[in-house]
Design a protein around this ligand. Structure first.
Ligand code: PEP
Length: 250
């Protein structure tokens, strides 16, 4: 079981606009009275300056959705960890399944990204998760362990500084959610793997992601090794996101 307060992170993906963000962020902030969990939104890199200006000093942190595996140099289109640090981001998602699937990110690339984030003082939110076919083939445990092992091996004693997000690929954006028992079973496997790597595994928040919403959040968050959520679609609606933040504050 994680030791700290729960952590709820919105993943806005490629959504938002200056105008939409200028109402969504204040709407979220204005409903955060009584929220005691940790909370953040991961926005497109082009909106980090806006997030910084609207959220500085508030209880809502902001983060990026990716970071370059390279430190600096001739990598057109990439955003480095140092650049993210310029905008005071607390978190960077790495290895989201959409990046693994559509951008060919390997376990090794994801591990390098986590390393770059940590070196810049940014907490990587390392996403792991099996596809539908892998689950059906009984490979869920081996897939998530392989994905996390790459990050553990590249990051040594810093591993207690990461956040892990278990996101079954078949549950992302599909409306299908892992049952609380299915989520807990995988989270327990990940916790044990972290425990074998660090004496501080209890400090690592293990988030669940995949169609988490205002209706199912509480039962998922009640599981002993579910330390929070990574939330896509439902994080774009202030009332839904707020009700999930409240569920995580109980
Ligand atoms: C995600 O992309 O991280 C995610 C969990 O999306 P959704 O909540 O929309 O399934």
């Amino acid at each position: 079981m994680g030791m700290t307060s729960k952590l709820m992170v919105g993943n806005w993906k490629m959504h938002g606009s200056l105008a939409a963000n200028a109402s969504l962020l204040p709407d979220i902030l204005s409903g955060m009275g009584g929220v005691t969990c940790r909370a953040a939104v991961c926005v497109s890199a082009v909106y980090l300056a806006q997030a910084q200006s609207l959220l500085t000093g508030s209880a809502l942190a902001w983060g990026a959705q990716d970071v370059s595996a390279h430190e600096s140099g001739a990598y057109t289109g990439e955003v480095s960890a140092a650049m993210l640090h310029d905008f005071a981001v607390r978190y960077a998602i790495v290895g989201h399944s959409e990046r693994r699937q559509y951008h060919g990110e390997t376990d090794a690339v994801v591990a390098s990204k986590a390393q770059r984030a940590l070196a810049a003082g940014i907490t990587p939110i390392v996403c792991v998760g099996e596809s539908q076919a892998e689950r059906e083939a009984g490979q869920t445990e081996s897939v998530v362990k392989r994905q996390l092992a790459a990050v553990i091996h590249a990051n040594g004693h810093c591993i207690s500084e990461i956040v892990v997000a278990y996101e079954p690929v078949w549950a992302i954006g599909t409306g299908l959610t892992a049952s609380p028992e299915q989520a807990q079973a995988v989270h327990a496997v990940l916790r044990a793997q972290l425990q074998a790597a660090t004496a501080h595994a209890d400090r690592v928040s293990i988030l669940y992601g995949g169609s988490m919403n205002a209706d199912n959040a509480a039962s998922l968050l009640a599981q002993p090794d579910v330390d929070g959520g990574l939330i896509g679609g439902a994080s774009l609606k202030a009332p839904d996101f707020l009700s999930m933040l409240k569920a995580a504050s109980r």
